[in-house]
Design a protein around this ligand. Structure first.
Ligand code: XMP
Length: 510
């Protein structure tokens, strides 16, 4: 049976990806596409429902995005959110007016029970963010919610299955907002809830089997969540015809390389080749202190290392990439097939000889990738791995990278992670690691004077790494971390705690 899907037309609002994630969380597949999708393409897509997102414009702005009025004649239910509801009202003959002041933040709304407001309380808080407001509804619509400032906070035409909400049901500040989305999807669009990760795995494995057949596939495994889940899916479909290359640049955390080999080679029986190139990377990094030069050297050597392995393998038909849905949306790529034609992606060398690229995760958000990882039986430490930069520990050692500093960093980082996990904080902190500063200080250990490295603890909370706050780790946990590092780790005699947010600082120190 064809997977049901909802089409979300993107009018440029800041919460648009969140709308798509909420719909998916309600077990309905959806795609977020540019709002200028033609009526013909909308029909071809055959959605069970359409959602118009919010956006920064006024319907009266010159060049503001519009829709073909024919979209309301297709018999497909539509839910307009914020700008989307104003556009619906404006297009269908209602009146939208500029208000003197914008309304941002929480507002109390009174609900009338109906299809989309079914099961909502008589009155509750919602999240508003708008300047214009609707002052007259188009014919056939009736009001379903109102606030002091907004007489038509929600409205609908039950005959034509057209609905609008001025507030944002997708954000957590709107009380029971997801109930409104659920009502729209299930009561109005007739969703069956067929988007589940077990369905996804079964369908994707069948599709990959069909596309790949008995041909050969190559994958660069980094130890990160996306490449791990992508490789495991492909492996389930084609077994030994998948060849994975893991470039160990010697800049990974303690036991990380061993874990990758143990999970994927020993555990899953993957055809996994490890390029043990740590010594080459260290040699290339010798004497280099500048952060950007370090990054460039590592990036280039990574490609050379991968290329060497790929050449030994010879020609393959497909290359696996761990592209995920936010990358697809951000590149403006929209919806397309699983397989794109061959072009040079992600800086991989053109000499790596393959015909096509496979991106098995290109329809998934990060939280869905993690769910698929669990569905495939991958261990928690792989699926919930915190973000880790490609250049690895090299950008957590200020100045030149040496084998001795790497050991100090690995050991201190291991203690930090151990204590954070023991304190039950590992799910609450986005990223946490230690840094070797470029500073040495005097200390006293036993009866001896020491002159050793200052180690910094960096721990942040964040949702997308674009902004971050320093994590408030309790003092007693910090104390245990500090005591253990100075006692157990060589060449460290002082610990400091980084209490800077991003911006103005970045998460990493280099
Ligand atoms: P910053 O330090 O810019 O980091 O606040 C934001 C996020 O990106 C990660 N990061 C990198 N990832 N290559 C990567 O693959 C890099 O060069 C790099 N630099 C930073 C960082 O760990 C954080 O999650």
């Amino acid at each position: 049976m064809q997977q049901q899907r909802v089409l979300i037309l993107d009018f440029g609002g800041q919460y648009n990806q969140l709308i798509a994630r909420r719909v998916r969380e309600l077990n309905v597949y959806c795609d977020l596409v540019p709002s200028d999708m033609s009526l013909e393409d909308v029909k071809k897509y055959a959605p069970i429902g359409i959602i118009f997102t919010g956006g920064p414009n006024s319907v009266y702005d010159e060049g503001s995005p519009k829709v073909d009025a024919g979209i309301f004649e297709l018999g497909i239910p539509v839910l307009g959110i914020c700008y989307g509801c104003q556009l619906m009202a404006h297009t269908l003959g209602g009146v939208v007016e500029k208000a003197d002041t914008s309304e941002y933040g929480k507002a109390e709304v009174k609900y009338v029970s109906s299809h989309i407001t079914f099961d909502m309380p008589a009155s509750a808080v919602c999240w508003m963010s708008h300047t214009d407001r609707i002052t007259r509804l188009p014919e056939g619509f009736k009001v379903l919610a109102s606030s002091d400032n907004c007489p038509y906070a929600a409205f609908g035409d039950e005959q034509r299955k057209l609905y609008g909400v001025q507030f944002h049901p997708e954000v957590n500040h709107t009380f029971k907002g997801s109930v409104i989305l659920k009502n729209f999807l299930y009561n109005v669009c007739g969703a069956a809830g067929d988007w589940t990760m077990s369905n996804f795995v079964a369908n994707k494995v069948a599709e990959l089997k069909k596309v790949i057949g008995d041909k050969k596939v190559l994958c660069a495994m980094s130890g990160g969540v996306d490449s791990a889940v992508a490789a495991t899916l492909v492996h389930r479909a084609v077994g030994d015809n998948l060849i994975c290359v893991f470039v160990d640049h010697g800049l990974l955390r303690k036991y990380e390389a061993e874990e990758v080999m143990s999970v994927f080679k020993d555990g899953l029986g993957m055809n996994l080749i490890k390029a043990d190139d740590g010594a080459i990377f260290l040699e290339k990094l010798a004497g280099v202190g500048d952060p950007e030069t370090k990054r460039k050297i590592i990036g280039e050597q990574f490609i050379r290392s991968f290329e060497k392995q790929a050449k030994a393998i010879g020609r393959v038909d497909f290359l696996v990439q761990g592209t995920i849905y936010p990358d697809v949306i951000e590149s403006g790529n929209g919806k397309s097939a699983v397989i794109k034609s061959h072009h040079n992606v992600g800086g991989l060398p053109s000499v790596v000889d393959f015909k096509e690229i496979i991106e098995p995760l290109r329809d998934l958000f990060k939280d869905e990738v993690r769910k698929v990882g669990f569905e495939l039986g991958l261990p928690r430490k792989v699926v919930m791995r915190q973000p880790f930069p490609g250049p690895g520990l090299a950008i957590r050692i200020m100045g030149e990278v040496t084998a001795e500093k790497l050991e100090t960093l690995r050991d201190s980082d291991y203690i930090l992670r151990d204590e954070i996990a023991k304190a039950g904080l590992d799910d609450k902190i986005w990223q946490y690691f230690t840094v070797i500063t470029s500073c040495k200080t005097v200390g006293v250990q036993g009866d001896f004077r020491t002159y050793e490295n200052v180690i910094a603890i960096r721990a942040v909370t964040s949702v997308d790494a674009m902004t971050a706050d320093w994590a408030h780790i309790p003092y007693d946990v910090l104390e245990r971390i500090s005591t253990r590092i100075v006692n157990e780790v060589k060449h460290a005699n002082r610990i400091v705690y980084d209490i800077t947010s991003k911006p103005p600082a970045t998460i990493e120190w280099e």
